[in-house]
Design a protein. Structure first.
Length: 430
Protein backbone atom coordinates (compact mmCIF):
# COMPACT_ATOMS: atom_id res chain seq x y z
CA UNK A 1 0.00 0.00 0.00
CA UNK A 2 1.30 3.45 -0.90
CA UNK A 3 1.46 5.69 2.14
CA UNK A 4 1.60 9.45 2.50
CA UNK A 5 5.09 10.58 3.50
CA UNK A 6 3.74 12.35 6.56
CA UNK A 7 2.35 9.00 7.76
CA UNK A 8 5.63 7.09 7.65
CA UNK A 9 7.70 9.73 9.44
CA UNK A 10 7.01 7.68 12.48
CA UNK A 11 8.80 5.04 14.58
CA UNK A 12 5.90 2.71 14.00
CA UNK A 13 7.24 1.96 10.52
CA UNK A 14 10.92 1.50 11.49
CA UNK A 15 12.46 -1.53 9.81
CA UNK A 16 9.31 -2.08 7.79
CA UNK A 17 8.87 -2.06 4.06
CA UNK A 18 7.11 1.07 2.86
CA UNK A 19 5.94 2.43 -0.51
CA UNK A 20 5.67 6.07 -1.39
CA UNK A 21 5.06 8.14 -4.50
CA UNK A 22 5.86 11.72 -5.28
CA UNK A 23 8.38 14.01 -6.92
CA UNK A 24 12.13 14.27 -6.60
CA UNK A 25 12.77 17.37 -4.56
CA UNK A 26 16.55 17.07 -4.27
CA UNK A 27 19.07 14.67 -5.74
CA UNK A 28 22.75 14.09 -5.23
CA UNK A 29 25.18 11.33 -6.23
CA UNK A 30 27.92 10.23 -3.87
CA UNK A 31 29.95 7.42 -5.43
CA UNK A 32 27.77 4.34 -5.56
CA UNK A 33 24.92 6.04 -3.79
CA UNK A 34 22.19 8.34 -4.95
CA UNK A 35 20.47 10.38 -2.30
CA UNK A 36 17.02 11.65 -3.06
CA UNK A 37 14.65 13.79 -1.14
CA UNK A 38 11.16 12.93 -2.30
CA UNK A 39 8.15 15.11 -1.66
CA UNK A 40 4.45 14.48 -1.85
CA UNK A 41 1.63 16.77 -0.82
CA UNK A 42 2.21 15.96 2.84
CA UNK A 43 5.97 16.16 3.52
CA UNK A 44 9.47 15.19 2.36
CA UNK A 45 11.67 12.19 3.10
CA UNK A 46 15.22 11.24 2.26
CA UNK A 47 15.76 8.06 0.24
CA UNK A 48 19.01 6.35 -0.54
CA UNK A 49 19.72 4.12 -3.53
CA UNK A 50 22.74 1.85 -3.55
CA UNK A 51 24.00 0.91 -6.97
CA UNK A 52 24.12 -2.82 -6.36
CA UNK A 53 20.86 -3.03 -4.48
CA UNK A 54 18.51 -1.92 -7.22
CA UNK A 55 18.30 -3.06 -10.85
CA UNK A 56 21.16 -1.53 -12.90
CA UNK A 57 18.80 0.06 -15.41
CA UNK A 58 16.78 1.80 -12.73
CA UNK A 59 19.93 3.19 -11.18
CA UNK A 60 21.14 4.48 -14.54
CA UNK A 61 17.88 6.18 -15.37
CA UNK A 62 17.64 7.69 -11.95
CA UNK A 63 21.16 9.01 -12.31
CA UNK A 64 20.10 10.87 -15.47
CA UNK A 65 16.79 12.45 -14.55
CA UNK A 66 16.46 15.73 -12.71
CA UNK A 67 14.48 17.15 -9.86
CA UNK A 68 10.68 17.17 -10.16
CA UNK A 69 10.65 13.78 -11.88
CA UNK A 70 7.72 11.81 -10.53
CA UNK A 71 8.54 8.47 -8.93
CA UNK A 72 7.18 5.52 -7.05
CA UNK A 73 9.52 3.94 -4.57
CA UNK A 74 9.68 1.01 -2.21
CA UNK A 75 12.15 0.33 0.56
CA UNK A 76 12.85 -0.10 4.23
CA UNK A 77 12.45 2.73 6.70
CA UNK A 78 15.20 3.64 9.15
CA UNK A 79 16.10 6.51 11.39
CA UNK A 80 18.70 9.03 10.28
CA UNK A 81 19.37 12.19 12.21
CA UNK A 82 21.11 13.77 9.25
CA UNK A 83 18.08 13.39 7.01
CA UNK A 84 15.89 16.51 6.69
CA UNK A 85 12.86 14.91 8.34
CA UNK A 86 14.74 12.44 10.58
CA UNK A 87 14.00 9.28 8.61
CA UNK A 88 15.35 7.64 5.51
CA UNK A 89 14.13 4.99 3.12
CA UNK A 90 16.68 2.50 1.91
CA UNK A 91 15.22 1.93 -1.54
CA UNK A 92 14.94 -1.44 -3.13
CA UNK A 93 12.76 -0.47 -6.05
CA UNK A 94 12.24 2.79 -7.82
CA UNK A 95 10.23 3.63 -10.88
CA UNK A 96 10.41 6.90 -12.79
CA UNK A 97 6.87 7.72 -13.86
CA UNK A 98 7.34 11.11 -15.51
CA UNK A 99 10.94 12.18 -16.01
CA UNK A 100 11.92 15.83 -15.64
CA UNK A 101 15.05 17.43 -17.06
CA UNK A 102 16.34 20.93 -16.39
CA UNK A 103 13.52 22.08 -14.15
CA UNK A 104 13.63 25.86 -14.65
CA UNK A 105 13.34 26.83 -11.00
CA UNK A 106 16.69 26.67 -9.28
CA UNK A 107 18.00 28.46 -6.23
CA UNK A 108 18.08 32.26 -6.07
CA UNK A 109 15.61 32.97 -8.83
CA UNK A 110 14.13 36.46 -8.89
CA UNK A 111 10.64 37.13 -7.67
CA UNK A 112 9.49 37.98 -11.20
CA UNK A 113 10.86 34.70 -12.50
CA UNK A 114 8.97 32.81 -9.81
CA UNK A 115 5.78 34.68 -10.68
CA UNK A 116 6.20 33.92 -14.40
CA UNK A 117 6.61 30.31 -13.36
CA UNK A 118 3.93 30.24 -10.71
CA UNK A 119 2.47 27.13 -12.40
CA UNK A 120 5.66 25.35 -11.33
CA UNK A 121 6.39 27.34 -8.19
CA UNK A 122 3.11 26.16 -6.63
CA UNK A 123 5.05 22.92 -6.02
CA UNK A 124 7.46 24.64 -3.66
CA UNK A 125 7.26 23.88 0.02
CA UNK A 126 6.51 27.55 0.75
CA UNK A 127 3.53 27.60 -1.58
CA UNK A 128 2.42 24.20 -0.35
CA UNK A 129 2.33 25.53 3.21
CA UNK A 130 0.55 28.75 2.23
CA UNK A 131 -2.03 26.93 0.11
CA UNK A 132 -2.82 24.60 2.98
CA UNK A 133 -3.33 27.52 5.33
CA UNK A 134 -5.55 29.12 2.71
CA UNK A 135 -7.54 25.90 2.43
CA UNK A 136 -8.08 25.86 6.19
CA UNK A 137 -9.10 29.53 6.25
CA UNK A 138 -11.72 29.02 3.53
CA UNK A 139 -13.03 25.83 5.12
CA UNK A 140 -13.29 27.38 8.58
CA UNK A 141 -15.11 30.40 7.17
CA UNK A 142 -17.80 28.16 5.70
CA UNK A 143 -18.02 26.23 8.96
CA UNK A 144 -18.46 29.41 10.92
CA UNK A 145 -21.22 30.85 8.77
CA UNK A 146 -23.16 27.63 8.45
CA UNK A 147 -22.92 26.98 12.17
CA UNK A 148 -24.19 30.52 12.80
CA UNK A 149 -27.30 30.12 10.62
CA UNK A 150 -26.14 32.02 7.54
CA UNK A 151 -27.26 30.64 4.18
CA UNK A 152 -24.69 30.48 1.43
CA UNK A 153 -25.73 32.05 -1.85
CA UNK A 154 -24.26 33.47 -5.06
CA UNK A 155 -24.38 36.78 -6.87
CA UNK A 156 -23.60 37.58 -10.52
CA UNK A 157 -20.14 38.71 -11.60
CA UNK A 158 -21.41 40.73 -14.61
CA UNK A 159 -23.16 43.79 -13.23
CA UNK A 160 -24.32 47.20 -14.37
CA UNK A 161 -23.49 49.42 -11.41
CA UNK A 162 -20.76 50.31 -8.97
CA UNK A 163 -20.88 49.40 -5.29
CA UNK A 164 -17.61 50.96 -4.20
CA UNK A 165 -17.40 53.96 -6.53
CA UNK A 166 -16.70 54.25 -10.25
CA UNK A 167 -12.93 54.66 -10.08
CA UNK A 168 -12.08 50.98 -9.80
CA UNK A 169 -14.71 49.49 -12.14
CA UNK A 170 -13.60 47.09 -14.86
CA UNK A 171 -15.68 47.66 -17.95
CA UNK A 172 -16.38 44.72 -20.23
CA UNK A 173 -18.12 44.67 -23.62
CA UNK A 174 -21.42 42.88 -23.35
CA UNK A 175 -23.14 42.18 -26.69
CA UNK A 176 -22.98 45.74 -27.89
CA UNK A 177 -23.60 47.13 -24.44
CA UNK A 178 -21.43 47.82 -21.43
CA UNK A 179 -21.20 45.74 -18.31
CA UNK A 180 -18.81 45.72 -15.38
CA UNK A 181 -17.11 43.07 -13.33
CA UNK A 182 -18.52 43.16 -9.84
CA UNK A 183 -16.67 45.03 -7.09
CA UNK A 184 -18.73 43.41 -4.36
CA UNK A 185 -21.72 41.09 -4.05
CA UNK A 186 -23.15 43.24 -1.28
CA UNK A 187 -26.22 44.67 -3.03
CA UNK A 188 -27.33 41.24 -4.20
CA UNK A 189 -26.87 39.84 -0.72
CA UNK A 190 -29.02 42.71 0.54
CA UNK A 191 -31.85 41.53 -1.74
CA UNK A 192 -31.49 37.98 -0.40
CA UNK A 193 -31.89 38.86 3.28
CA UNK A 194 -35.55 39.54 2.57
CA UNK A 195 -35.85 35.85 1.88
CA UNK A 196 -33.14 34.17 3.96
CA UNK A 197 -32.40 36.84 6.63
CA UNK A 198 -28.73 35.88 7.05
CA UNK A 199 -26.69 35.18 3.93
CA UNK A 200 -23.08 34.93 2.86
CA UNK A 201 -21.06 34.32 -0.24
CA UNK A 202 -17.45 33.62 -1.13
CA UNK A 203 -16.68 34.89 -4.62
CA UNK A 204 -14.20 36.94 -6.61
CA UNK A 205 -14.46 40.72 -6.60
CA UNK A 206 -12.72 42.87 -9.18
CA UNK A 207 -11.04 46.21 -8.71
CA UNK A 208 -9.19 48.16 -11.36
CA UNK A 209 -6.60 49.13 -8.76
CA UNK A 210 -3.88 51.17 -10.29
CA UNK A 211 -1.93 51.30 -7.08
CA UNK A 212 1.00 48.98 -6.62
CA UNK A 213 0.95 48.04 -3.00
CA UNK A 214 1.56 44.96 -0.92
CA UNK A 215 -2.18 44.59 -0.37
CA UNK A 216 -3.99 45.14 -3.67
CA UNK A 217 -5.03 42.61 -6.27
CA UNK A 218 -7.24 43.34 -9.27
CA UNK A 219 -9.13 40.08 -8.70
CA UNK A 220 -9.51 38.93 -5.14
CA UNK A 221 -11.59 36.49 -3.11
CA UNK A 222 -14.25 38.21 -1.13
CA UNK A 223 -16.26 36.68 1.72
CA UNK A 224 -19.34 38.82 2.23
CA UNK A 225 -22.24 38.53 4.61
CA UNK A 226 -25.47 40.40 5.15
CA UNK A 227 -27.92 40.05 8.02
CA UNK A 228 -31.45 41.38 8.50
CA UNK A 229 -32.24 43.14 11.81
CA UNK A 230 -28.53 43.55 12.58
CA UNK A 231 -27.12 46.87 13.66
CA UNK A 232 -23.50 47.87 13.26
CA UNK A 233 -22.57 46.52 16.72
CA UNK A 234 -24.25 43.15 16.07
CA UNK A 235 -22.34 42.73 12.86
CA UNK A 236 -18.99 43.48 14.48
CA UNK A 237 -19.74 40.85 17.10
CA UNK A 238 -20.20 38.12 14.49
CA UNK A 239 -17.08 39.27 12.69
CA UNK A 240 -14.78 39.07 15.69
CA UNK A 241 -16.21 35.68 16.53
CA UNK A 242 -15.55 34.56 12.97
CA UNK A 243 -11.99 35.89 12.89
CA UNK A 244 -11.11 34.23 16.21
CA UNK A 245 -12.76 30.97 15.11
CA UNK A 246 -10.76 30.85 11.88
CA UNK A 247 -7.48 31.72 13.58
CA UNK A 248 -8.03 28.99 16.18
CA UNK A 249 -8.73 26.55 13.38
CA UNK A 250 -5.51 27.47 11.59
CA UNK A 251 -3.53 27.21 14.84
CA UNK A 252 -4.92 23.73 15.43
CA UNK A 253 -4.77 22.33 11.92
CA UNK A 254 -1.78 24.15 10.41
CA UNK A 255 0.83 24.14 13.12
CA UNK A 256 3.44 22.57 10.88
CA UNK A 257 2.83 25.03 8.06
CA UNK A 258 2.92 28.08 10.32
CA UNK A 259 6.16 26.81 11.74
CA UNK A 260 7.61 26.23 8.29
CA UNK A 261 6.75 29.82 7.35
CA UNK A 262 8.25 31.01 10.65
CA UNK A 263 4.96 32.70 11.58
CA UNK A 264 4.90 34.01 15.13
CA UNK A 265 2.25 31.63 16.47
CA UNK A 266 2.22 33.14 19.93
CA UNK A 267 1.01 36.37 18.45
CA UNK A 268 -1.88 34.61 16.72
CA UNK A 269 -2.66 32.75 19.94
CA UNK A 270 -2.95 36.06 21.78
CA UNK A 271 -5.82 37.26 19.60
CA UNK A 272 -9.02 37.32 21.59
CA UNK A 273 -12.42 38.89 21.38
CA UNK A 274 -13.77 41.43 21.94
CA UNK A 275 -11.57 43.43 19.61
CA UNK A 276 -10.68 47.00 20.45
CA UNK A 277 -12.83 49.72 18.93
CA UNK A 278 -11.80 53.20 17.95
CA UNK A 279 -13.80 55.91 16.29
CA UNK A 280 -12.27 57.32 13.11
CA UNK A 281 -11.70 60.55 14.99
CA UNK A 282 -9.67 58.74 17.65
CA UNK A 283 -7.73 56.86 15.01
CA UNK A 284 -6.62 60.09 13.39
CA UNK A 285 -5.43 61.33 16.78
CA UNK A 286 -3.69 58.00 17.45
CA UNK A 287 -1.98 58.19 14.06
CA UNK A 288 -0.83 61.76 14.61
CA UNK A 289 0.50 60.85 18.06
CA UNK A 290 2.58 58.15 16.37
CA UNK A 291 4.04 60.52 13.82
CA UNK A 292 1.79 59.60 10.87
CA UNK A 293 0.93 62.58 8.70
CA UNK A 294 -2.85 62.41 8.35
CA UNK A 295 -5.77 64.78 8.95
CA UNK A 296 -9.43 64.48 9.81
CA UNK A 297 -11.30 63.76 6.58
CA UNK A 298 -8.45 61.82 4.92
CA UNK A 299 -8.94 58.24 3.86
CA UNK A 300 -6.23 55.85 5.00
CA UNK A 301 -3.79 54.94 2.26
CA UNK A 302 -1.71 51.77 2.24
CA UNK A 303 1.30 53.50 3.80
CA UNK A 304 -0.74 55.03 6.61
CA UNK A 305 -2.36 51.69 7.36
CA UNK A 306 1.02 50.04 7.64
CA UNK A 307 2.42 52.78 9.85
CA UNK A 308 -0.60 52.86 12.15
CA UNK A 309 -1.27 49.15 12.57
CA UNK A 310 2.34 48.43 13.50
CA UNK A 311 1.38 49.90 16.86
CA UNK A 312 -1.67 47.66 17.34
CA UNK A 313 -1.49 44.56 19.52
CA UNK A 314 -4.54 42.93 17.91
CA UNK A 315 -7.20 43.64 15.30
CA UNK A 316 -9.02 46.95 15.82
CA UNK A 317 -12.43 48.07 14.56
CA UNK A 318 -12.55 51.64 13.30
CA UNK A 319 -16.06 53.10 13.33
CA UNK A 320 -17.88 56.35 12.55
CA UNK A 321 -15.99 57.46 9.44
CA UNK A 322 -16.97 60.81 7.92
CA UNK A 323 -19.77 60.21 5.41
CA UNK A 324 -17.77 61.99 2.74
CA UNK A 325 -15.14 59.26 2.52
CA UNK A 326 -17.46 56.25 2.60
CA UNK A 327 -19.76 54.85 -0.12
CA UNK A 328 -23.35 56.05 -0.32
CA UNK A 329 -25.04 52.97 1.16
CA UNK A 330 -23.73 53.44 4.73
CA UNK A 331 -26.29 54.59 7.26
CA UNK A 332 -25.59 58.07 8.66
CA UNK A 333 -25.43 58.10 12.45
CA UNK A 334 -28.74 59.54 13.70
CA UNK A 335 -26.80 61.20 16.54
CA UNK A 336 -24.33 62.85 14.17
CA UNK A 337 -25.21 62.50 10.48
CA UNK A 338 -21.78 63.77 9.45
CA UNK A 339 -20.46 60.29 10.21
CA UNK A 340 -21.75 56.87 9.18
CA UNK A 341 -22.42 53.69 11.17
CA UNK A 342 -19.72 51.65 9.57
CA UNK A 343 -16.62 49.74 10.52
CA UNK A 344 -13.32 48.69 9.05
CA UNK A 345 -11.32 45.99 10.75
CA UNK A 346 -7.59 46.72 10.71
CA UNK A 347 -5.23 43.82 11.23
CA UNK A 348 -2.18 44.50 13.40
CA UNK A 349 1.53 44.07 12.58
CA UNK A 350 1.37 46.53 9.70
CA UNK A 351 -1.21 44.55 7.70
CA UNK A 352 -4.14 46.98 7.82
CA UNK A 353 -7.70 46.72 6.55
CA UNK A 354 -9.07 43.21 6.09
CA UNK A 355 -12.79 43.95 6.54
CA UNK A 356 -15.06 46.75 5.43
CA UNK A 357 -18.64 46.74 6.63
CA UNK A 358 -21.43 48.53 8.38
CA UNK A 359 -25.08 49.24 8.77
CA UNK A 360 -27.02 50.00 5.58
CA UNK A 361 -29.45 52.83 4.96
CA UNK A 362 -32.91 51.35 5.17
CA UNK A 363 -35.08 54.40 4.59
CA UNK A 364 -35.72 55.38 0.97
CA UNK A 365 -35.50 59.14 1.46
CA UNK A 366 -32.11 58.86 3.14
CA UNK A 367 -30.86 56.62 0.35
CA UNK A 368 -32.03 59.06 -2.33
CA UNK A 369 -30.31 61.90 -0.55
CA UNK A 370 -27.03 59.99 -0.33
CA UNK A 371 -27.24 58.93 -3.98
CA UNK A 372 -27.73 62.48 -5.07
CA UNK A 373 -24.83 63.58 -2.89
CA UNK A 374 -22.68 61.04 -4.75
CA UNK A 375 -23.98 61.93 -8.21
CA UNK A 376 -25.43 58.46 -8.83
CA UNK A 377 -28.16 57.76 -11.33
CA UNK A 378 -31.11 56.19 -9.45
CA UNK A 379 -32.09 54.34 -12.61
CA UNK A 380 -29.08 52.06 -12.27
CA UNK A 381 -30.13 51.21 -8.75
CA UNK A 382 -33.89 50.77 -9.20
CA UNK A 383 -33.82 47.30 -7.66
CA UNK A 384 -31.67 48.45 -4.76
CA UNK A 385 -34.20 51.21 -4.04
CA UNK A 386 -37.08 48.72 -4.23
CA UNK A 387 -35.69 47.02 -1.13
CA UNK A 388 -36.43 50.25 0.74
CA UNK A 389 -39.98 50.37 -0.61
CA UNK A 390 -41.25 46.91 0.24
CA UNK A 391 -40.82 45.95 3.85
CA UNK A 392 -37.44 47.49 4.56
CA UNK A 393 -35.59 46.43 7.70
CA UNK A 394 -32.47 47.62 9.47
CA UNK A 395 -29.59 45.46 8.31
CA UNK A 396 -25.84 45.26 8.24
CA UNK A 397 -23.12 43.42 6.42
CA UNK A 398 -19.44 43.21 5.71
CA UNK A 399 -16.82 42.06 3.26
CA UNK A 400 -13.65 40.23 4.27
CA UNK A 401 -10.76 40.15 1.81
CA UNK A 402 -9.78 36.48 2.00
CA UNK A 403 -6.39 36.96 0.37
CA UNK A 404 -5.57 39.75 2.77
CA UNK A 405 -6.66 37.60 5.66
CA UNK A 406 -4.43 34.72 4.53
CA UNK A 407 -1.62 37.22 3.89
CA UNK A 408 -1.84 38.34 7.49
CA UNK A 409 -2.40 34.95 9.16
CA UNK A 410 0.49 33.37 7.28
CA UNK A 411 2.64 36.44 8.02
CA UNK A 412 3.62 37.00 4.36
CA UNK A 413 5.39 40.04 2.97
CA UNK A 414 3.07 40.57 -0.02
CA UNK A 415 -0.52 39.61 -0.87
CA UNK A 416 0.66 37.97 -4.11
CA UNK A 417 2.01 35.07 -2.07
CA UNK A 418 -1.39 34.44 -0.49
CA UNK A 419 -3.22 33.36 -3.66
CA UNK A 420 -2.26 30.68 -6.20
CA UNK A 421 -2.47 32.94 -9.26
CA UNK A 422 -2.29 36.63 -8.36
CA UNK A 423 -3.79 39.21 -10.68
CA UNK A 424 -2.27 42.64 -10.39
CA UNK A 425 -1.95 45.71 -12.58
CA UNK A 426 1.06 44.09 -14.26
CA UNK A 427 0.14 40.45 -14.25
CA UNK A 428 -2.52 38.30 -15.91
CA UNK A 429 -0.42 35.18 -16.48
CA UNK A 430 0.11 32.34 -15.97
O1 LIG B 1 -13.81 47.80 1.91
P1 LIG B 1 -14.38 47.22 0.69
O2 LIG B 1 -14.20 47.95 -0.58
O3 LIG B 1 -15.92 46.99 1.00
C1 LIG B 1 -16.83 46.44 0.17
O4 LIG B 1 -16.61 46.02 -0.95
C2 LIG B 1 -18.17 46.24 0.78
N1 LIG B 1 -19.18 46.32 -0.26
C3 LIG B 1 -18.18 44.91 1.48
C4 LIG B 1 -19.49 44.61 2.17
O5 LIG B 1 -19.86 45.31 3.08
N2 LIG B 1 -20.17 43.59 1.74
O6 LIG B 1 -13.81 45.75 0.48
C5 LIG B 1 -13.95 44.79 1.50
C6 LIG B 1 -12.63 44.11 1.74
C7 LIG B 1 -11.52 45.03 2.20
O7 LIG B 1 -11.57 45.25 3.57
C8 LIG B 1 -10.29 44.23 1.80
O8 LIG B 1 -10.00 43.24 2.75
C9 LIG B 1 -10.74 43.56 0.53
O9 LIG B 1 -12.15 43.55 0.53
N3 LIG B 1 -10.24 44.27 -0.65
C10 LIG B 1 -9.21 43.87 -1.40
N4 LIG B 1 -8.40 42.80 -1.29
C11 LIG B 1 -7.44 42.65 -2.21
N5 LIG B 1 -7.24 43.51 -3.25
C12 LIG B 1 -8.03 44.59 -3.40
N6 LIG B 1 -7.85 45.43 -4.41
C13 LIG B 1 -9.08 44.81 -2.44
N7 LIG B 1 -10.02 45.75 -2.28
C14 LIG B 1 -10.71 45.41 -1.18
MG1 LIG C 1 -12.69 49.38 2.57
Amino acid sequence: MVLAIEKILNDEYLGRRVSIRGWIYRKRRVGKLIFLVVRDSTDIIQCVMEKNKIPAEDFKLLDKVGVESSVTLEGTLRKDDRAPTGYEIEAERIKIIGPSYNFPITRDKSDDFLLDNRHLWVRSREMNAILKIRHTVFGALHEYFREKGYYESQAPMFVTGAVEGGATLFEVPYFGKKAYLTQSSQFYLETLIFSLEKVYTVAPSFRAEKSRTRRHLTEYWHAEAEAAWYHNEDMMQDEEEMIVYIIQRVLEDRKKELEFLKRDREFLESIEKPFKKMRYEELIKFAQDHGVEIHYGDDLGADEETAITKHFDGPVFITHYPRKIKPFYHRPDPENPKVVLCHDLLAPEGYGEIIGGGERIYKLEVLLERMEENGLNPENYYWYMDLRKYGSVPHSGFGLGMDRFVWWIAGLTHIKYAIPYPRTIRRTRP
